[in-house]
Design a protein around this ligand. Structure first.
Ligand code: NAP
Length: 517
């Protein structure tokens, strides 16, 4: 949706969106589990160009976010660019263009492809002996079966991450017996929710800059607290840690408190945000079972301590395959090399958005995108601005294919990997950020650094003459003449290249669409 909005704003309408589902909304349409809400403040979980004075609360429910997305799509007339129920299965580049094939076999050609397929989409079904033999309703949190009446039932919940915590809080208020299989206790940060008053909503409606300030305020707060706490030791980490421990201390029973105490540092796993988690766990209708499950039978779950737990319904809040990215879409280049081959040893990308070997193909929320407790919308805004600048520059300079060089990609990833030992993700816990090689797929620097790294494309990183790197060139001009900043011969050289590039800039822009394809 954001790509479409940006392109339309630039006067470029020669694009098409494929959506495999029946409507817009992505994760907020698909996920309908009880208690689903956003644990990032609403005014920050908003497109910057579309502030929403109507948010009912700081941490809105999932359906409210879905309504917001639909409203934005209607307002910008996006539906006419989208075909629904069209899942892209294959993308093949012939050296000039991409052939995009959808599940029904139809093929269309494009100059550029951007995959905005989300990150947490493919449900992770746990590998537990006998799972398929359970006879009662059994479903993943992302595929909630609303036809199942839970009243009076014995419901088992496997998984106590962000999703499991929200389901627990919601189901604990219902007339049912809830059994939580708690394998690893989590740290829980008590981020309070708050309903916005009618007056506040009116003020944000009359003065949209108030909503924009809300966005700015929460962004700065999240970036300076959560984001800094995960990337290096310091007062932010100590503060977060103190708040989580204080929250845990609200559990009065020492035995239960000990059971709920994680053996890793706060933030190593993504923080669960909840003010109701511990009180829900202490309700009479909630029973905590050992989360190390030995096997599942037709009507029960047996834990490793030998106890058999009879259940009517089993809910799997067991997370996602966070390293699939836009796969199983099959990507192939003109030499027949597939993305699966290139990513055989784990996903990597140049500046989180492109892979060597696959020209004119970009994606959002790729490897090393900052994840933490950021707003995914905010991350994607930065990535899309960068991607569209790449495409715009290529179009202006009549460059037919943009493909990241292996050298630039390696240099970028070496820089990112070198910062990982400082992060909290590698301090001794399992978390979904960690990839196969033990390297977290998250961003180990600040949000400001992320925006800086993706501010202006450097076309030399795409194998295009370095002389067209106008903006980095300008930056080096500035750097050279500003005595307070570090100087080097390299800076001088780049400054000269930048000036040369400025003298050579010419061509068209995205306002003049390329020949239809
Ligand atoms: P998750 O964080 O990956 O948690 C999965 C849970 O399932 C963990 O508690 C894990 O235990 C447990 N589990 C997996 N296999 C198991 C097994 N065989 N036996 C027992 N337990 C098992 O998944 P999630 O809660 O769906 O959250 C994923 C991400 O989605 C979050 O980190 C967040 O980024 C996003 N999310 C965001 C929001 C929001 O409000 N913005 C809400 C929900 C989710 P172990 O810890 O022992 O592995």
């Amino acid at each position: 949706m954001l790509v479409a909005m940006r392109l339309i704003e630039s006067g470029f309408t020669n694009f098409h969106i494929y959506e495999k589902d029946t409507d817009i909304g992505g994760t907020w349409r698909v996920n309908t589990y009880p208690g689903i809400a956003c644990d990032v403040p609403s005014h920050y979980y908003t497109y910057q160009n579309e502030p929403n004075p109507g948010w009912s609360s700081r941490l809105p429910q999932g359906n409210e976010i879905q309504d917001y997305l639909v409203e934005v799509a209607e307002k910008h007339g996006l539906r006419k660019y989208i075909t629904f129920n069209r899942e892209v299965t294959d993308c093949e580049h012939d050296g000039t263009q991409w052939s995009v094939q959808v599940r029904d076999g139809a093929i269309e050609s494009f100059d550029f492809v951007i995959a905005c397929c989300g990150l947490l989409f493919h449900p992770n079904y746990p590998d537990i002996q006998g799972l398929e033999s359970f006879q009662g309703p059994c479903f993943h949190s992302a595929r909630w079966d609303h036809s199942v009446d839970l009243v009076g039932k014995r419901v088992g919940l496997i998984g106590t991450g962000s999703t499991g915590a929200q389901i627990l809080s919601s189901l604990s208020e219902r007339d049912l017996e809830l059994k939580i299989f708690l394998r690893t206790p989590q740290w829980v940060f008590p981020l309070p929710d708050r309903k916005y008053t009618k007056f506040e909503k009116k003020i944000t409606k009359w003065f949209p800059s108030v909503a924009r300030f809300g966005h700015f305020f929460y962004r700065v707060t999240f970036e300076n607290l959560f984001a800094k706490a995960v990337i290096k030791p310091g007062w932010q980490r100590r503060l977060m840690s103190w708040a989580c421990k204080k929250n845990l201390a609200t559990v009065k029973d020492p035995e239960l408190r000990a059971r709920l105490t994680p053996d890793f540092e706060p933030l190593c796993k993504r923080l669960v945000m909840s003010t109701s988690y511990y009180s829900a766990l202490q309700k009479d209708n909630v029973i905590i079972a050992d989360g190390n499950i030995a096997r599942i039978d037709n009507d029960s779950v047996t834990t490793e301590d030998g106890e058999r737990h009879e259940l009517d319904v089993l809910v799997l809040a067991t997370g996602y395959d966070a390293h699939a990215y836009f796969r199983p879409m099959n990507l192939k280049n003109k030499n027949g090399v597939s993305l699966n081959d290139v990513w055989e040893e784990g996903p990597f990308a140049l500046r989180t958005v492109a892979v060597p070997g696959f020209p004119n193909f970009f994606f959002t929320l790729g490897p090393q995108s900052p994840i933490g407790n950021f707003s995914a919308i905010s991350i994607v805004e930065t990535q899309i601005d960068y991607i569209l600048k790449c495409i715009s520059q290529a179009t202006e300079k009549q460059i037919q294919t943009l493909e990241p060089t292996a050298q630039a990609t390696d240099a970028f990833n070496e820089m990112v990997y070198a910062a990982m030992p400082n992060t909290i993700w590698v301090t001794g816990c399992t978390n979904w950020y960690i990839g196969e090689k033990g390297i977290p797929s998250a961003w180990p620097f600040t949000g400001a650094r992320f925006r800086e790294e993706l501010r202006e494309p450097r076309l030399s990183e795409y194998g295009v003459d370095a002389a067209v790197d106008v903006y980095p060139g300008l930056f080096h001009v500035f750097q050279y003449f500003w005595p307070a900043l570090p100087q080097s011969k390299e800076a001088l050289k780049k400054a000269a290249i930048g000036i040369a590039a400025m003298l050579r800039v010419h061509g068209t822009s995205l306002r003049d669409p390329p020949k239809p394809s």
